[in-house]
Ligand binder design. Structure first.
Ligand code: DLL
Length: 443
């Protein structure tokens, strides 16, 4: 990893040579790294070796980047099935950090970083911030959550290494966020786009004119958002809004980022190799066509991921970007091919709510999850039918059930939700697949 740092008159700026490598050199580098990461996964991850053996493949089968398509996919369920550490390729002594993210059931998926992985992660976050025009002298309010979620620490290390001043405020406590935004001369903010909309609403309610503050950039990600949201954010706050993409399984934030042209997200493909596969056939599609994004980590040591199915829908943009970066762009991610929901930046699956409901007696397996947005904040209501016996019971029994369900769901997904108990047969039945989720979130 050779990151060139040079003084461009505004403090130290990462010139990020890796963003501008001549394409043949980049492909060479990718192939060399791919061979080495496949070897590492084969030697140290039993599940990967077994899948390769089943296909009669060895790391030596890989001669070109195109050969990648012959390799087996990795799925989120593989991480769940080998919970907690089964996909690690490094001994625990070399793992300096773990993070975790929601799986489809009660258990999270766990990801590992060696010291080298943290350094790579930091470098791609530095390159991300630089693509947003940030540098030493910027004051970055980092409102991504710190903890098992990768957002907080990922952005933190990157911002610090950039030479900027980081305010590690983490998520939540909107009044304090606004006070800091106002009083600390913040020039950039990192948070989910929906939380920023909430901040805008609250600024207005508190009579704070955000347009008069030095804030000039927002680095928004961890959930899908739209061009309409960007337009509203930029018009109301007079900042430039950048889309940042990433996922725990691959590294966290910093897999791809928009540059100032805002025409897709540049993938740091010297570290993460993208493929797009057809949703029906699972076969790679040509550049420009939409499909599921599949990612291979080229340099990860702690937990390499080979052909990881993100379930995020995107396309590779074949045209060169006017910014001159040679790393390719992907289309912004607007939807997924599975039923994962992202609520206030937290990932969850309806199956997690279902499991929490089924664990408690008195409910019927009929429920619906209703998502809405109030003052920019996602709200979740879980409507659940209760048994006829319970419904004719005392009010206190119903209240008690409601509390237990809310607690069970919160334990499972880590978010407080409103639970509404409804009479048997009130939730609309569907003739085919049950419609479990009604998403009324707009803007
Ligand atoms: O959300 C990492 C992250 C943190 C990215 C902060 C950006 C900023 P996970 O919690 O593992 O990791 O969730 C990953 O979130 O597969 C997408 O479905 C979704 N996602 C992340 N960024 C974007 C984005 C972090 N910019 C999952 N646009 C991914 C759309 C996004 N969806």
């Amino acid at each position: 990893m050779s990151e060139l740092w040079c003084d461009q008159g505004q403090g130290f700026h990462p010139a990020s040579t890796s963003d501008y490598l001549p394409v043949p050199q980049l492909r060479d580098l990718q192939l060399r790294r791919l061979k080495s990461v496949v070897r590492r996964a084969y030697d140290h991850v039993a599940l990967f070796r077994q899948r390769m053996d089943e296909k009669n493949l060895t790391p030596n089968s890989l001669r070109s980047l195109e050969d990648l398509r012959r390799l087996p996919f990795t799925q989120k369920s593989d991480l769940r099935d080998t919970y907690p550490f089964g996909m690690f390729a490094s001994p625990m002594q070399e793992v300096v950090r773990v993070h975790a993210s929601s799986g489809t059931t009660g258990k999270p998926i766990v990801v590992a970083y060696t010291r080298e992985d943290v350094a790579v992660w930091t470098s791609v976050m530095v390159r991300s911030f630089a693509a947003c025009g940030l540098h030493q002298g910027d004051i970055i309010q980092n409102a991504y959550g710190y903890g098992l979620f990768t957002g907080g620490l990922g952005a933190h290390y990157g911002a610090e290494s950039l030479g900027a001043t980081v305010i590690p405020i983490s998520g939540g406590n909107t009044q304090r966020q606004i006070m800091v935004l106002k009083d600390f001369g913040v020039t950039a903010i990192c948070c989910t786009p929906s939380y920023f909309l909430h901040l805008l609403d609250q600024c207005q309610a508190l009579g704070v004119n955000i347009r008069e503050l030095p804030l000039r950039a927002g680095v928004f990600g961890a959930e899908p958002w739209t061009e309409a949201m960007r337009l509203r954010i930029e018009a109301e706050s007079n900042i430039e809004a950048f889309d940042i993409y990433g996922l725990s399984e691959i590294i966290g934030p910093g897999v791809a980022i928009e540059c100032g042209h805002h025409t897709g997200l540049h993938m740091f493909e010297d570290h993460f190799y993208p493929e797009i596969i057809d949703l029906e056939t699972d076969q790679p599609v040509p550049d420009g066509m939409e499909g599921e994004l599949v990612l291979t980590t080229l340099t990860k040591r702690g937990m390499p991921m080979i052909r990881y199915r993100t379930h995020d829908i995107s396309a590779i943009i074949p045209e060169e970007c006017p910014c001159g970066r040679t790393i390719r762009r992907i289309e912004r991610i607007a939807r997924r091919s599975d039923d994962m929901l992202i609520i206030r930046g937290v990932n969850m699956f309806p199956s997690q709510i279902e499991a929490a409901l089924l664990a408690i007696e008195g409910t019927l397996p009929h429920y619906q999850i209703i998502l809405s947005r109030e003052q920019g904040l996602d709200q979740v209501e879980v409507q659940v039918e209760v048994t006829p016996e319970l419904f004719s019971d005392r009010v206190s029994a119903l209240e008690d059930l409601q509390t237990r369900l809310a607690r069970g769901i919160e334990n499972s997904i880590g978010l407080r939700v409103a639970v509404r108990l409804v009479e048997p047969h009130t939730i609309q039945r569907s003739e085919g697949k049950a419609k479990r989720v009604i998403d009324r979130r707009t803007l």
